[in-house]
Design a protein around this ligand. Sequence first.
Ligand SMILES: [Zn+2]
Length: 247
Amino acid sequence: MYRSDSDGLQTARDQLVSFSARLLGDGLAVGSAGNMSVRLAGPPGADTPGGADTPGGADTPGADTVAITPSGVSYAEMKPEEICLVSLDGTKLRDGSQETPSSETPMHLAIYAATRAGAVVHTHSPEVVALSAARTELPAIHYAITGLGGPVRVAPYVRFGSAGLAEAAVQALDGRSAVILRNHGAVTYGRDLAQAYDRALLLEWLARTYRLALSYGEPAILSAAELAEVTAESRRRRYGERRGGAS
Ligand SMILES: [Zn+2]
């Protein structure tokens, strides 16, 4: 979550531009494909729920706004002042740029409405797109998938930019911080842009390792119990670190 004052807004704009520039080098995008956004918390003093990285959280105050990358501007040339601002109901705000907000703005807003996401990243990364056309789920061949909440569902195909796609994405996200859009791409969210972006990289890596595993034959899949054990152990270790007990 980002503050909605001028410092918070500038941080959001700068991060959206710098992470967008990374998409090309990291192999997650070509041209201007994909988009990303961050949520700016409501006015100071608004009671905003914490735990932004937890999937399936409650609604946040209606005063939140969203900073989102513009439509059709190449990542290599994007400037902080070109970042658009929209309210959670989709109204374009005057404080943002005159550019047109991303065509996937409805999907970003639907995810903010349904979760505690602080940032959303959408890519057309190649391994995920390939998997989306051939599978209904990315299974757990590696325990790192617990970082996304578990096996990642593939949402049914619906045209880009539509309310139907937004709805399909939110439904398939249930209990996850990542979803794969059939014949389209990937969506991840996190407490901030760095976490959402790391999850996009993780999702692409998991899709690639799954494809490599398939080349050997039928891969072994981790069970729900094995994944639950990993999640519990990760929580225990994080708790230990916060108490200064890491070793
Ligand atoms: Zn897309």
